[in-house]
Ligand binder design. Structure first.
Ligand SMILES: Nc1nc2c(c(=O)[nH]1)N[C@H]1C(S)=C(S)[C@@H](COP(=O)(O)O)O[C@H]1N2
Ligand SMILES: [Mo]
Length: 228
């Protein structure tokens, strides 16, 4: 299922606020309450179509990858490795993962380049569930995520992962993740920008070292909290 689509690297880092500022949209629009959204959408209807297309409202995903072709999920050979500073290293197959306590949530998704998808339905497992299986050893401070799409990686501290809505997701909007969205598993951290959400996740390494992720090596912040 190759789409033949070329990757769209995000180019120079620029903040969401700067992006909206350039369009003359106030920072208050970043509070995506229903009311504000409706007002905002109303206002954008008066803009030229070219500008409207660049504004991050509505539900259009843009597919990002940094090394085509997209990794292909083969259920027979795939596993999620949990290694590093753990008592019991894991190699979990998809059925193993599906047997863990699954949770559903609806959360908004924001890319730092200025687009958002609101109300995404995710199903997956909480990090606590995975970490309990593996047993985090003393001294661990962070998790490093590795994608089957080399060299996409990212790191997040255990402290930051206490966010109750962070998860490893398998389903999006009621269906298993599609290949382009990172099948079979991706990291979801709604309070942070999308680049923290490693697609085609196949390894979680428990570590005592915080290192830069793919986009962080290229200028983005390690602490990728969505501005509000
Ligand atoms: N492996 C991998 N994961 C990735 C990326 C990527 O290029 N490769 N891009 C990130 C960025 S910047 C965003 S905004 C989201 C986009 O998710 P989508 O491609 O499902 O729309 O994926 C994130 N995870
Ligand atoms: Mo992004």
């Amino acid at each position: 299922m190759d789409t033949g689509e070329t990757p769209r690297p995000e180019g120079r880092p620029f903040g969401r606020r700067a992006f909206l500022g350039a369009l003359g949209v106030g920072a208050t629009s970043l509070v995506w309450g229903d009311k504000a959204l409706q007002l905002f959408q109303g206002a954008t209807n008066k803009l030229p179509a070219s500008v409207r297309a660049a504004i991050p409202v509505g539900g259009e995903w843009r597919i990002y990858a940094i090394n085509l072709p997209y990794p292909r999920f083969d259920e027979a050979s795939w596993s999620l490795t949990i290694d590093g500073l753990v008592e019991r290293p894991q190699r979990l197959t998809m059925p193993d993962l599906r047997r863990l306590a699954q949770v559903d949530q609806t959360s908004d998704f924001h890319c730092v380049t200025g687009w958002s998808v609101l109300g995404v339905k995710w199903r997956g497992v909480r990090f606590a569930e995975l970490l309990d299986l593996a047993g985090v050893r003393e001294g661990a401070t962070a998790l490093k995520f590795t994608s089957a799409e080399v060299p996409y990686v990212d790191t997040i501290t255990l402290k930051q992962l206490e966010a109750p809505d962070a998860m490893v997701a398998f389903d999006m909007d009621g269906k298993p993740l599609t290949r382009e969205h990172g099948a079979p598993a991706r990291v979801v951290i709604p309070k942070m920008y999308g680049y923290k959400g490693v697609k085609w996740l196949n390894r979680i390494t428990v570590t005592d070292t915080v290192s830069d992720g793919y986009w962080e090596q290229r200028g983005y912040s390690r602490d990728a909290y969505v501005e509000s």
